[in-house]
Design a protein around this ligand. Structure first.
Ligand SMILES: NC(=O)c1ccc[n+]([C@@H]2O[C@H](COP(=O)([O-])OP(=O)(O)OC[C@H]3O[C@@H](n4cnc5c(N)ncnc54)[C@H](OP(=O)(O)O)[C@@H]3O)[C@@H](O)[C@H]2O)c1
Length: 274
């Protein structure tokens, strides 16, 4: 039997909010060609991959500006926008609100769907950071709040520190080749009702060269990229956010949905992971 119950839905619950999001969204880190990325992101939204992940850090604000262009093209309501702010912004609620306002100016919108603390900052008490995160939601600048790169202990503390809003997402590295979160963090997320947003789900291209992934792909008539993403979305509460700036790659990514690997194929891949 595979390690987790297979989730057959291509939409995932956003924590305990009652809202659901596409199980595959698009990342925006490390964009090389903005025109090509713009077309790819617009195409992704048209194909139903309507969740976009960005951050104030990416391209020093240029990625958020690019997402802003996409929002103007497809319509703000057509996309679930996640952005991430530098951890030091959360040392004070007013500072967090100011940084969020700057992000929203680049995004050209009055609100994000989700804002995350990009990574843990041990220089400020976590309850202060969570209060700052909540201040952003309180001002109506983000609909939901969450964290990124939090281990189980920090996630539990963040969840306990909330006063008014829930931590709905923990964005962490997770791929078929790197399943380290499955030991401790993924079970904790499932228990706490926190969705996992899996970043670097293609291991920046390394999944294409993985022998077990290639073997399963040829067995089931899919591509290695599709197998790697299908593995992740077969997990409960897991959303994958691959990055691509090429329309043909976006189409291949879209082909990871609408079917599931068989239990024995999931087991084969589980044995192969680091
Ligand atoms: N919270 C964090 O700390 C954190 C850290 C890292 C990443 N992230 C987020 O997660 C997103 C994804 O992670 P990532 O960018 O590190 O890596 P990734 O999604 O694992 O890999 C991206 C690479 O895969 C290539 N690719 C995409 N589709 C492909 C296909 N169908 N065939 C062949 N190659 C393909 C892309 O090239 P092309 O563009 O040419 O298609 C790109 O070079 C980021 O963009 C970012 O939004 C968050």
């Amino acid at each position: 039997m595979p390690r987790f119950p297979i989730d057959y839905s291509d939409r995932k619950p956003l924590g305990r909010t009652g809202e659901s999001v596409s199980s595959i969204g698009m990342g925006t880190w490390g964009i090389r060609d903005e025109e090509s990325a713009f077309k790819a992101l617009v195409h992704a939204v048209a194909l139903g991959l309507d969740l976009v992940d960005t951050a104030e850090m990416y391209g020093s604000g240029r990625a958020e500006e690019l997402v802003g262009r996409v929002l103007r093209e497809v319509g703000r309501e057509s996309v679930f926008v996640t952005t991430k702010l530098y951890p030091h912004r959360f040392r004070d609620p007013e500072r967090a609100v100011g940084a969020m306002e700057a992000s929203l100016r680049r995004l050209g919108t009055s609100y994000a769907d989700l804002v995350l603390i990009h990574w843990p900052d041990d220089l400020a008490p976590l309850r202060v950071q969570v209060r700052s995160l909540e201040a952003i939601a309180d001002r109506g600048l983000a609909r939901y709040v969450g964290v990124s790169n939090f281990d189980r202990r920090r996630l539990e503390e963040a969840v306990e520190s909330t006063a008014k809003y829930e931590i709905v997402v923990n964005q962490v590295k997770y791929s078929v080749l790197d399943r380290s979160i499955e030991e401790d963090l993924l079970p904790a997320c499932l228990r706490l009702g926190v969705a996992v947003m899996a970043y670097s789900p293609l291991e920046r291209g390394a999944v294409l060269r993985s022998r077990p992934v290639r073997e399963v792909a040829s067995r089931c008539g899919r591509t290695p990229v599709q197998v790697a993403l299908n593995f992740l979305v077969s997990r409960p509460m897991v959303v994958a956010i691959p990055k691509s700036e090429r329309i043909e790659h976006v189409e291949e990514i879209r082909g990871a949905l609408g079917w599931r690997l068989r239990p024995e194929e999931l087991e084969l891949l589980e044995k192969a992971g680091r």
